[in-house]
Design a protein. Structure first.
Length: 273
C-alpha cells in the first residue's frame, strides 16, 4: 500500500505536545522542509530529541514550537552557534536534558530494541548528572558483576521521528547515503516514522541491502526535492553558505529580525500539494 502523502498532510499528523525525534546533524541532512512546515502550522509544546542539534532544531525553537529539548550539544558547524536554542535556554523558555553523545545514543538504541533500561559508564563524575537525576531518567547503581558504579538510563521512545532520505519507495523503505550517526537508532526507537525524501521510487526497486529505514516503521512518505537545503545532503548537494550566514545573523539578533527572516523562509519554501 502506498504511504505517499503531501508534506502538509504528513506534518499535520504531528500534534501539539508530541515528542519528536530529529535525525539531522549540525548542517547535514536536516529535515528543513519538515521543520518549516511545523513552524507554518504553529505547532506548540513539542519535545524534541536530537543527539547533535542543528538547523532544524534552531528553526523550531526560534519559531516557538518547542518546550523541551533532549540533546548532547550541537552547532551550525563553521557558521557558529545555534543562537535560537541558546537564547531560549538562557531565558528559561526551553527546558533541557543534556547528555553525552554516547549516553543519548545508547538511550535511543535501548528504545529501538525495546529494552527497559540501558547501563553506561559515560558521564560518571560529570556535572550533567545533577539535572538528569532530577529529571528521573537516570539512576546510579552498582554493577552486580564488578561492584563498580554504573549509570542506568531509561530508553527514549519518541512519538514520531522525521528522517530526510535520499530515496524512498511507496511503502516507506528508505535509503541513506553517507554518515548516518544516530539516525537509524532514532528512527527505530520512535513509535512511527515520517520520511521526507529527495525522490519517491516504485516499490520493489530498492535492493533490500540498501534499506536503512524499513517501511514497516514508516507511517508516511513525502517527496520534497532539496528538502534538507540549506544543509548538505551527501551525494546530492552541499550546504548553502549564504542562507546559513543569513540564519546565523537573524537568530543572533532575534526578535523582529528573526520574525522577518522566518516569514521570508516560510514564503520562499512553501510546498504545495
Amino acid at each position: 500500500m502506498s504511504k505517499v502523502v503531501s508534506l502538509s498532510e504528513a506534518m499535520a499528523s504531528i500534534e501539539d505536545g508530541s515528542h519528536v525525534g530529529l535525525t539531522g546533524f549540525a548542517i547535514t541532512r536536516n529535515a528543513v522542509a519538515a521543520a518549516l512546515e511545523l513552524a507554518r502550522a504553529k505547532r506548540r509544546h513539542l519535545r524534541l530529541t536530537q543527539v547533535i542539534v542543528g538547523l532544524e532544531t534552531d528553526l523550531l525553537v526560534g519559531a516557538g514550537c518547542v518546550d523541551r529539548l533532549v540533546y548532547s550539544g550541537g552547532s551550525l558547524d563553521r557558521f557558529g552557534l545555534v543562537h535560537a536554542v541558546n537564547r531560549a535556554i538562557a531565558t528559561g523558555t526551553l527546558q533541557i536534558e543534556e547528555y553525552s553523545t554516547l549516553a543519548l545514543t545508547l538511550r535511543l538504541a535501548a528504545g529501538s530494541l525495546g529494552l527497559p533500561f540501558v547501563p553506561t559508564r559515560s558521564m560518571l563524575g560529570s556535572s550533567l548528572l545533577d539535572n538528569l537525576r532530577a529529571a528521573g531518567e537516570i539512576v546510579e547503581q552498582t554493577d552486580p558483576f564488578t561492584g563498580s558504579p554504573v549509570l542506568v538510563m531509561s530508553p527514549v521512545r519518541p512519538d514520531v521521528a522525521i528522517v530526510h532520505a535520499d530515496t524512498c519507495d511507496e511503502e516507506g523503505n528508505a535509503t541513506i547515503a553517507g554518515p548516518r550517526w544516530s539516525l537509524r537508532e532514532t528512527a527505530l526507537a520512535a513509535a512511527r516514522v515520517i520520511v521526507t525524501t529527495e525522490r519517491v521510487v516504485l516499490r520493489g526497486t530498492i535492493p533490500p541491502e540498501r534499506v536503512v529505514v524499513p517501511g514497516t516503521v514508516v507511517s508516511a512518505v513525502t517527496e520534497v526535492p532539496r528538502g534538507a537545503s540549506p544543509t548538505a545532503l551527501p551525494g546530492h548537494y552541499d550546504y548553502d553558505r549564504a542562507w546559513l550566514e543569513a540564519h546565523v545573523e537573524a537568530t543572533k539578533e532575534g526578535g523582529e529580525r528573526f520574525r522577518r527572516y522566518l516569514e521570508g523562509m516560510l514564503e520562499a519554501r512553501a510546498v504545495h500539494p
